[in-house]
Design a protein around this ligand. Structure first.
Ligand SMILES: Cc1cc2nc3c(=O)[nH]c(=O)nc-3n(C[C@H](O)[C@H](O)[C@H](O)COP(=O)(O)OP(=O)(O)OC[C@H]3O[C@@H](n4cnc5c(N)ncnc54)[C@H](O)[C@@H]3O)c2cc1C
Length: 507
């Protein structure tokens, strides 16, 4: 690899967390040279392993992994670990589909016929530990030729019209672009002067692995109490929410404190004999005022933070990376249409804002107040109705994620359905090149002509599908988002406009 002092990378990424690594793969696959700078020396942490490292992946995340041929690697790796993906709570009897502030909704209530343009994907749900997720991404990044430097945190940077110079621990690196994937306390965001506004924390959350003098003193499950909420899984896995305004976050959660908070919240005189592992978190919810400043971009927790309740942060970050990668790569190649890179923030900021509000709504329901308990009773009733369960599944699973790409068709702006094409292939496999995709179900010659004009940028597939939802053709962006739909005789002018908008001028 080139010496970082002299080589001009297309993109420098700060942070080798899941979002930085996934973005690095996206960019490298598209031909960009990528340097990832990571502050930590060692990628391993007990907090990335089970039970605390478990992350539920949403439908858009599962689809993204499938579209980049990472899904099998992750399911195999997670299954090879101590909690197989298939043993996750989502797979049990009266299968819970997920939860809102701990209130579960169940598969048997969900009406998926409501999702007119969805076809069942390869896997409905998946959870994996962070260690596996990061390892799978890091292996792929190395295979693709991404340079990853650990113990090499970004300390400062300067940017000019044509590049960014980054000062790291003991070295200087130069890139045409810098992307901050350096987590919630992002140095890149702060040094770029990008604001980070939102709501202050109401609570300190604790995750702890303990030994109890009497494990039977606590009842397993989730409990709302007069002073907070706790969940307990025997013999010693505990999560607690203490409405202290976030005051105890960032002070060491030692045995005495875990015991005191557990006693206070549970109202039970428990004795913690040993503390194996503990961490704290809050419900502070903030979002970057801008996702780009000049040649500096933000993705993942660097751009938005919120309470981990409901498990959305990683999914949100992977969605950022999937949206940003191909746009930044096209900008670097020089074939991006005007405004393509700015569409990253236009599309992703509203998605982030909605997730932050989803998280805030759950906090409101968890407050130890009589009004919150009253609200909880109402949500419990609603969530177990057909419409209620379907609504919560839509939000938690992310199945109806839609970017505002116009109103020409309900599918435009949404994820491409998982069509089973006549030769056995599926759109996910066809998107693995990182190009766009033109599905031409009726092999219309007019679309063949269009595809040839964008050769190299759009993969043209003229094949029918078992169920093609009444459509004639679709144009799909590299991130799997439908940008144009043809019904009956396709409107070629309209299709060409969509191709120009996302893939630039034709040859
Ligand atoms: C208890 C808990 C449970 C959660 N459960 C879920 C869940 O079920 N589903 C879900 O979607 N999300 C969940 N989340 C959220 C999820 O873990 C985060 O949103 C996700 O890890 C963000 O990824 P990231 O790559 O943006 O940031 P991070 O994972 O924070 O990675 C940032 C990386 O940048 C590095 N770094 C920091 N500063 C610098 C610097 N100056 N220079 C270079 N490198 C730097 C860090 O060392 C780190 O490796 C949970 C979070 C918690 C705390």
């Amino acid at each position: 690899m080139q010496h970082p002092d002299t080589f001009l990378y297309d993109v420098i990424i700060a942070g080798a967390g899941p979002v930085g690594l996934f973005l690095a793969c996206e960019l490298r696959r598209a031909g960009c040279s990528v340097l990832v700078l990571e502050k930590a020396q060692d990628p391993h942490s007990p907090l990335k392993s089970l039970p605390f490292g478990l992350r539920g992946l949403s439908v858009p995340s599962i689809e993204s992994l499938d579209r980049r041929d990472l899904l099998d690697d992750l399911t195999h790796r997670a299954a090879g670990g101590d909690t197989p993906a298939a043993a996750h709570w989502m797979q049990r009897q009266r299968r819970p589909g997920g939860h809102f502030a701990g209130i579960q909704f169940f598969h048997d209530r969900i009406d998926s016929s409501h999702w007119r343009y969805r076809l069942p994907g390869p896997i409905g749900s998946l959870a994996a530990d962070m260690a596996s997720i990061e390892a799978v991404f890091a292996i792929r990044a190395a295979e693709l030729g991404v340079a990853i430097r650990r113990s090499c945190g970004v300390e400062s940077f300067t940017q000019s019209d044509d590049g960014v110079t980054v000062e790291t621990t003991g070295a200087t690196a130069r890139g045409r672009w810098l992307v901050g994937c350096d987590g919630g306390r992002s140095l890149v965001r702060k040094a770029a002067g990008i604001g980070f506004a939102g709501t202050d924390p109401e609570f300190t959350g604790y995750s702890a692995e303990v030994e109890l003098a009497d494990p039977a003193a606590l009842t397993p499950g989730r409990h709302y109490t007069a002073s907070g909420m706790y969940t307990y899984a025997a013999p010693g896995t505990i999560a607690m929410v203490d409405f202290d305004g976030g005051a105890a976050h960032r002070t060491e959660p030692n045995r005495e404190r875990i015991e005191a908070v557990l006693r206070k919240i549970s109202g039970i005189d428990v004795k913690v004999t040993r503390l194996a592992l503990a961490t704290t978190w809050t419900d502070r919810a903030c979002q970057a005022s801008s996702y780009r400043k000049g040649r500096v971009l933000l993705a993942g927790d660097a751009a938005h933070i919120h309470s981990p309740l409901g498990g959305q942060g990683l999914n949100l970050g992977l969605g950022d990376a999937m949206n940003l990668g191909w746009k930044l790569a096209a900008t670097i190649r020089g074939d991006a249409p005007a405004g393509l890179l700015d569409s990253y923030a236009d599309e992703r900021q509203p998605v982030g804002a909605r997730i932050l509000d989803w998280s805030r709504a759950q906090v409101a329901l968890m407050r130890p107040s009589r009004s919150s308990r009253a609200l909880e009773a109402i949500i419990r009733d609603l969530i177990d109705t057909r419409d209620g369960a379907t609504y919560f599944a839509e939000r938690v699973w992310g199945v109806l994620l839609r970017y505002d790409l116009g109103d020409s068709h309900p599918l435009v702006g949404r994820s491409v359905p998982d069509f089973a094409l006549d030769d056995g292939t599926r759109p996910a496999a066809l998107l693995r090149t990182g190009q766009g995709l033109l599905l031409n179900f009726e092999a219309r010659p007019s679309l063949d002509i269009l595809a040839r004009r964008w050769r190299g940028r759009i993969n043209h597939v003229a094949r029918d599908a078992g169920d093609r939802l009444g459509l004639t053709a679709l144009l799909v962006r590299p991130d799997g988002i439908v940008s144009w739909v043809g019904e009956g005789t396709p409107d070629i002018e309209d299709a060409s406009r969509a191709a120009r908008r996302w893939f630039g001028e034709p040859e």
